[in-house]
Write a protein that binds this ligand. Sequence first.
Ligand SMILES: [Zn+2]
Ligand SMILES: [Zn+2]
Length: 263
Amino acid sequence: MIDYHIHTTRCGHAQGSMADYIKRAQELLFLEVGFADHLPLLIREDPTLTMSINELAGYIEAVEVLKRDFPGITIKTGIEADYFPGMEGYTKRLLDQHEFDYVIGSVHFIDGWGFDDSRHIEGYETRDIYDLYANYFEMVASSASSGLFDIIGHLDLIKKYNFRPKKDITSMVEDVVLEIKGAGVCIEINTAGLRKPVGEMYPSDEILKLCARAGIPITLGSDAHNPEQVGMDFNLALALASRVGYSQIAVFKKRRRDFIEIR
Ligand SMILES: [Zn+2]
Ligand SMILES: [Zn+2]
């Protein structure tokens, strides 16, 4: 098994040494793990959210050291990059300066509001939830077609605090699935949602079903922010993946995609 979404203390909101995350993956007999810490934010510096730009090279070097220290498990160098409309060029230049195995593209901000940050949850009170979902999914669609990313992170993160629109969102979800398919990128099954107020994986069963039908590949990620969360609830993720028709999981090396069979 693989876990492609693991953070480090550099993001300011994770615990444990990087080696402890690897040790946990080895306990679980995982074949492969990938760190995907947050790329430095391009809109402002915030040490409680991401590493600073000066820490990026050290992060990549630290993953290289782990590869030497733990030869018994495959370790990948990933990154989770925010998608900011209008900043694609800058994001690309930053990503191109380093050799990543894969880049997860995530939307955590809508017009500067960190909607998945519990410190700013009051933002839901003043917004129309349906419009918010529409806005969010449009940004995810743009992130997919931007060409910046290999994997779309936590596809329906906007549901995290369980604010749900009253109107049906099927057509907006179908649009984003179409865009992802057209862009040729992967999505992840991210189990962190099970540990959040929404209490379900990202994406939902229904959305994953649409993705499977469209032939969009998947990776797996726990979004671990402490070592105990590595691989958490992957039995549920795999059961869901199989149920909706997946038999393979995508893996990446130097941003080239390959597949392994789900067993
Ligand atoms: Zn994220
Ligand atoms: Zn993450």
